[in-house]
Design a binder for this molecule. Sequence first.
Ligand code: PLP
Length: 383
Amino acid sequence: MKRETKLMHYGRTATPGPANPPIMRASTILHDTVESYRATKAARATDDAVLSYGRRGTTTAHQLAAALADLEEAEACFLFPTGVAAVAGALTPYLGAGDHLLVVDTIFPATRSYCDTVLARNGVEVDYFPWDTIDLSDYVRPNTRMVLAESPASQSYEVMDLPALCRDAHDRGLIVATDNTYGSSWLYRPLALGCDLSIVAGTKYIGGHADTMMGAVAARGPAVDALRRHTAMTGQTLGPDDAYACLRGLRTLGLRMERHGENADRLVAWFQTRPEVAEVLHPGLPGHPGSRIWARDACGCNGLLTVGFREGFDAEAFVDRLRLFSVGSSWGGFESLAMPAAPDSGRRFPRPDRGAGQMIRFHAGLEHACDLIADLEASFDRA
Ligand SMILES: *Cc1c(COP(=O)(O)O)cnc(C)c1O
């Protein structure tokens, strides 16, 4: 069955019943007998959909987790209250004092902070490698346990060769996790490309309406058990209201992604014609670092693009004049956004050919592309 069709059917229960599953709120789950209580506790050790106690999620969260596991081609998927909590939850089960973690240099900045502060304080050694690495020999140590990737890169969208990287990492016995928030369980399937863990900030496209926080870690193979135990022991789950909002968001994920992608393409093509613009970063552009790999491994792009303006152009004043684009953190909602970007700041291997002008990251929302372009054009006109 095509994924577009599956999106309409996730969470369906017996008929007669609601088309969209209702919110189930619960902490305590009641049993009539001790035997039933004990059987439930035994069953939940291996079955993540067993309703046993609110801390293990209610049926609403289980339905969302099952849908995401299916989209990610995973054996299991675990939910977290935010994307950053999911990043932490994907790393800590596998790392202890004295272990070494390799992180791609182009990682999401909050993930970098987590590695450099919390993990480092707990005795995990952290090193960064360039995004185009497919042979880890220069970076591994005897105590290396895990590799954390993100593709395309945060803010600059370099595309990693995940199949090649995973082959090399697995030959060395390493676990590979990838932040798949860009692909959001729709455009890109890291587990099918060889990764053990795929992390998604559902706050972005899965929620899709700028009103919900969520994180998910999908896993397959030997990584699953430790992740399952860790999420249970650390009390990580997603509340039923947020799970409901994400299940509802999933119904239109495919449609929304199509429009976000089309609008971003229109903006990319248009920005490239402007004399004020020095460079446009977008993984769909021919010549963009790794764009051939993206074309091979993914099915389309999302609404993000980053524009580097010519030196001396006041890009922040340009953003202030926009009416349809607001300034704000995050992305993946229906709304258009513009934010100052600094993809190279804090990196060990900054882009060699970066320009000196200001950079803005745009998120193309679901407005009509003609209106977005008219808004941008009006701001250029007033510069
Ligand atoms: C937004 C984001 C996160 C964190 O998600 P939150 O829900 O904001 O905590 C993690 N990784 C990437 C790539 C993101 O874009």
